[in-house]
Ligand binder design. Structure first.
Ligand code: NAD
Length: 424
């Protein structure tokens, strides 16, 4: 792989290109040993499985699934399972590498993994989804486990999916193994605070950025894209902490109130109507333009490739907190840097989720469950330490926060590899 700086927006939007570009940049700046660079530039294990499932109408369909373990140098692979029609091996590879870097940034003892099944959960019944999940689990069974590889929910999967994976794995092992997956229901070994963790992590790192610039939540306007698990929770917690959340952007529209939206009422309205459209306590604005509203904090928490080289110059926010994975393409990085936008990169900003997943795994293995305050206090400690590690590294090496996060992560994983002598 070489570092090519002449790229098209299409290339920018390919997750594997994006992951490779940032990896190469950080590796070059670190002067990473060529052997270690080869180890970290390649996934350690890639599994493709084609498996049959009987659909509700009696037909047999063959589904394709993947599980990729990018690195297990620092501990078991950790990463979600995605159910979507456009899942590809390239995408799963990129996401697995991202997990390695994310776990290293927050310094938890996991490597990186990811999985996926090509299917459309929106048109499948619960029974079909259960059969797909169980058969996929049976196919990858030998490669997962509390000490090997610990899946979690991702797009198209949820705590019910994790309960099915846990049950299938346990049936084969002939005893209950809760620690094989995280993101489980609370009654099956899930952790308190897990569903809020990613949004809470975004709030914690944004608070740190504000403190750095002498800003106060009451005079900080926030625009959030995505009102789901991450964005919805971040909006709730930020509003509670005094921030003015002036706009929420969804896939169908965006709502705006210059005095700050009433987030609890908006959430109740969305639950009732299925959309934020027509919310009476706000004005509807163009959802594409809302990203470029005057604000102090922009928090994309929906999808990848939202800020690209084609629109980065229009971002007005002082702070970009990346709740989603990959919302900014590598082509946009230098534009944001030149504008002086303080970027809290995804592998730090949204790492609250995997951090509490780690807590879940620890609690399952201990068989002793923590109260919510303990979970939140420990999450806060890890997010604050990680924020300081990344910004300290950026200052020391005169690089931006994203490059610093990658350099810090690569450095930690490379150090583990050297200590272990994996490549000797
Ligand atoms: P989610 O499905 O709960 O929420 C996503 C929200 O975004 C939904 O409300 C959806 O309607 C909205 N949306 C979809 N397309 C949109 C568009 N084009 N414009 C505006 N809004 C749009 O998903 P989530 O769990 O909140 O995940 C969001 C992002 O955060 C993803 O990139 C995910 O990989 C990342 N992430 C999630 C977690 C987690 O713990 N859930 C952890 C780390 C990273």
């Amino acid at each position: 792989m070489t570092l090519d700086t002449t790229v098209s927006v299409d290339q920018e939007e390919n997750p594997l290109e994006s992951a490779a570009h940032r990896f190469e940049e950080a590796a070059a700046k670190l002067g990473l040993d060529d052997g270690v660079r080869k180890v970290l530039g390649t996934a350690a294990m890639e599994l493709t499985v084609n498996f049959p499932v009987v659909l509700d109408d009696g037909r047999i369909e063959v589904f394709t699934g993947y599980r990729v373990q990018h690195s297990i140098a620092r501990g078991p692979a950790k990463g979600g399972v995605r159910f979507a029609p456009d899942v590809s091996l390239d995408e799963v590879r990129a996401l697995a590498a991202w997990m390695t870097w994310k776990c290293a940034v927050v310094n938890i003892p996991f490597g990186g993994g990811k999985g996926g099944v090509i299917c459309n959960p929106q048109i499948l019944s619960d029974g079909e989804l259960e059969r797909i999940t169980r058969r996929y689990t049976a196919e990858i069974l030998e490669f997962i486990g509390p000490e090997r590889d610990v899946p979690a929910p991702d797009m198209g999967t949820n705590e019910q999916t994790m309960a099915w994976i846990m049950d299938t794995y346990s049936m084969h092992k002939r005893h209950t193994v809760t620690a094989v997956v995280t993101g489980k229901p609370l009654d099956l070994g899930g952790s308190r605070g897990r569903s809020e963790a990613t949004g809470r992590g975004c709030l914690i790192v944004t608070n740190q950025a504000l403190a750095r610039f002498g800003m106060r939540p009451e005079s900080t306007r926030v625009v959030i894209q995505g009102f789901g698990n991450v964005g919805g929770m971040a909006a709730r917690l930020m509003a509670k902490a005094g921030y003015k959340v002036i706009s929420i952007i969804e896939y169908d529209t965006a709502v705006y109130n210059s005095d700050g939206l009433d987030i609890e009422t908006l959430a109740a309205y969305r639950t009732q109507t299925g959309s934020i459209a027509g919310f009476p306590l706000a004005q509807e604005v163009d959802r594409h333009e809302a990203l470029f509203l005057d604000c102090e904090v922009l928090l994309p928490a929906a999808k990848e490739n939202v800020i690209t080289s084609a629109n980065a110059s229009r971002v007005k926010a002082r702070i970009l907190c990346e709740g989603a994975n990959g919302p900014t393409t590598f082509g946009a990085d230098s534009i944001l840097q030149d504008k002086g936008v303080f970027v809290i990169p995804d592998i730090l900003a949204n790492a609250g989720g995997v951090t509490v997943s780690y807590f879940e795994w620890v609690q399952d293995r201990q068989g002793y469950f923590w109260n919510e305050k303990l979970v939140n206090d420990r999450l806060e400690e890890i997010m604050v330490d990680s924020f300081n590690d990344v910004t300290g590294y950026a200052a020391k090496h005169a690089v931006n926060n994203r490059t610093a996060a990658y350099m810090l992560a690569l450095d930690r994983v490379a150090f583990a590899i050297k200590l272990r002598g994996l490549y000797a």
